[in-house]
Design a protein around this ligand. Structure first.
Ligand SMILES: [Zn+2]
Length: 640
């Protein structure tokens, strides 16, 4: 019998971004759903990938002196590697620079152009180069880009437009008639609010003269495709031609997961594009919230970003997966803190679940030589346990439809607690003392182990590695993927006679001392206590991140004799740095020059301007000499 199909996607991540916990969050969420649906017997397609066109990629490649293609070939690996690390079970990984993607984008453009869904017109606006966005006069903030506050340029050019406005009423009706289409409801209402104003048409081209890095329009090779129009098509290009998509059984997608910042793009651009193409919109677009870190907005500055690889090193992959999906409702914003994570690890994972497994396996060893017994005498404590299991399995399934991961885990923990109580109430250590008790003990130990097996299947989508280890300890030889949800539909799937394995801590507790150490390490760097005030260790020195950077722009700071404001490209990003060098250097001498930057210095404000780093220089009686190199080292290189 052919399997039912299920399709879930993450957004494709912007290839220039350094992967952070927000990326991991969406991808882990999608992975949990994909794994659950596979356990239910669905044929699941789970897609993630990278968005690789656009101005910023072109600029970053230029700064590094490599071709955009070389640049993205290298950078997209960071995402691929991270998903391997996080045990993500994606079916495919789409890159928008792949031929299979570009081909469909061009075919769709050709078709929409032929159908007069795309037309040419002139366009005038204020353009912000770093943001790649046009703004109208009234959008501007004090004449600058409202998003990044940088200078904008007035540009008039001919471009191609998608007739988005003509699909507005259809979209409003669709959202109103289908409450599941956009979730959570608060976000759905925001989109409806946005749609109360007339929708414009969407500019879908960029002149090649300004931006060559993109997919050329098939009907006018002087232009490339606007990066969003290109990127959104990834969700279908993975399935081949339009005909292939229709017959694949994977469209419309069951869930397009997105961050709340790109909901409008998906709900409005993407849905109307699909309408014009003649495909249905996805069944659901779900916008999740953002993470702050220890109460602060996540920023690029390194000290504030929670590096996902480091987190895995510190706590193990499943603990991170569990924490992210347990801590905060999926549609809401959340705060990541190491303290909260250690709290959850110790209480939920080590104490409740880990301890349940540990004592069950240990008692099995002690009372039955590690062999799962055939159930014996029944007792009044049995029914509440098996009924709880049935209730949890049914409720979890409903909660998956709402992607309510935190509630799913809370629900599953009800079974953890009930099983712990079951053991406490029946008291195996007393039962073992009498012959009659021993008959009852068989049932109690069997049921405890069976409940753990049910928990193993239910928790596998969240913590796949740990749950395989749990099954192994219980002596279950069939993989969880093979057992599936069917195996827990009725009580008693665990085979009597199986040999349990040695008990092993699934989630070792983090003791107070160790926790203090971790918290000290991850908190903001404190004043160094130097022993004699004059020497530092190599570790102290290594804390200073020195990098080469190329000066892109330089201008004198008004009302300051000494300060020059620099824009410095340090390879991964552009920094705004103030340097007290104006008495020795002219701004125009600085542009194009390579300097050494202290890249992890806490940003500070001078004369009201933020400086995100420090330039190294010698001061010889007021004459400033910049530190430099005999040869051009390139930017972003570490200096030791
Ligand atoms: Zn901007």
């Amino acid at each position: 019998m052919p399997k039912n199909k299920f399709y879930i996607t993450t957004p494709i991540y912007y290839v220039n971004d350094v992967p952070h916990i927000g990326h991991a969050y969406t991808t882990i969420a999608a992975d949990a759903v994909a794994r659950y649906k596979r356990l239910q017997g669905y044929e699941v397609f789970f897609l993630t990938g990278t968005d690789e066109h656009g101005q910023k990629v072109q600029q970053a490649a230029k700064n590094l002196n490599v071709s955009p293609q070389e640049h993205v070939d290298k950078l997209h690996q960071r995402f691929k590697e991270l998903w391997v690390r996080f045990n993500v079970s994606n079916t495919d990984f789409i890159r928008t620079t792949e031929e299979r993607h570009k081909e469909l984008v061009r075919n769709i453009l050709q078709e929409l152009h032929a159908k007069d869904e795309i037309y040419q017109d002139s366009y005038e606006g204020w353009y912000c180069t770093p943001c790649e966005r046009f703004w109208t006069e009234k959008d501007l903030t004090e004449g600058n880009c409202p998003e990044c506050r940088r200078k904008v340029e007035k540009i008039k050019e001919y471009n191609y437009f998608f007739r988005m406005s003509k699909h507005q009423q259809w979209l409003v009706d669709k959202i109103k008639n289908d409450p599941h289409f956009i979730l959570p409801t608060s976000r759905r209402n925001e989109v409806l609010g946005f749609l109360e104003n007339p929708l414009g048409d969407l500019c879908i081209s960029r002149p090649k003269s300004r931006l060559p890095w993109g997919i050329p329009l098939p009907f006018d090779e002087e232009y490339v495709t606007y990066v969003w129009f290109d990127a959104l098509i990834n969700y279908i290009s993975i399935h081949g031609s339009l005909e292939d998509i229709k017959s694949s059984g994977f469209w419309p997608a069951d869930h397009n997961l997105v961050g709340k910042d790109i909901l409008t793009t998906h709900a409005v651009y993407w849905s109307t594009m699909l309408k014009a193409i003649g495909l249905e919109p996805p069944k659901n677009i779900f916008a999740h919230g953002w993470w702050t870190v220890n109460g602060q907005k996540m920023s690029k500055s390194l000290h504030n970003v929670v590096e996902p690889n480091n987190l895995v090193d510190l706590f193990g992959v499943d603990v991170i997966r569990y924490f992210l999906l347990r801590e905060v409702p999926f549609g809401m914003d959340g705060d990541f803190s190491h303290k909260a994570l250690i709290g959850r690890l110790n209480s939920d994972l080590a104490n409740n679940l880990g301890n349940l497994l540990n004592r069950t396996v240990n008692m099995m060893k002690k009372f039955f030589d590690g062999v799962i017994p055939t159930p014996g005498a029944e007792g009044p404590e049995d029914a509440p346990l098996t009924e709880k299991a049935g209730e949890v399995i049914a409720d979890v399934d409903k909660l998956y439809n709402e992607l309510a991961f935190n509630k799913i885990l809370q629900k599953i923990w009800e079974l953890v607690d009930t099983t712990n109580q079951y053991i406490d109430k029946t008291g195996p250590w007393h039962l073992v003392k009498t012959e009659e008790g021993k008959e009852r003990l068989k049932t109690v130990m069997y049921n405890s182990a069976e409940s753990l097996r049910v928990l193993g299947v239910l928790l596998y989508p969240f913590m796949p590695q740990s749950m395989e280890s749990l099954m192994n300890q219980l002596g279950v030889e069939t993989s969880i993927a093979e057992q599936g949800m069917n195996s827990i539909k009725s009580w008693g799937g665990l085979k009597p006679g199986s040999q349990t394995q040695k008990a092993k801590q699934l989630f070792p507790r983090i003791e107070d001392k160790q926790a203090d150490k971790i918290l000290a390490e991850v908190s903001a760097p404190k004043e160094d206590k130097k022993e004699d005030g004059s020497q530092i260790t190599i570790e102290d020195f290594m804390k200073v991140e020195l990098r080469t950077g190329k000066v892109l722009e330089a201008e004198k700071v008004k009302k300051s004799k000494k300060l020059i404001q620099l824009k410095v490209d340090i390879g991964t990003e552009t920094r705004q740095v103030l340097a007290g060098i104006a008495e020795s250097y002219e701004p125009e001498d600085m542009v194009g020059r390579t300097v050494i930057i202290v890249a992890n210095l806490k940003p500070a404000k001078l004369m009201g301007i933020e400086s995100q780093g420090m330039v190294l220089a010698a001061n010889n009686d007021g004459k400033i000499l910049l530190a430099g190199f005999d040869e051009e080292p390139g930017q972003g290189i570490q200096v030791r």
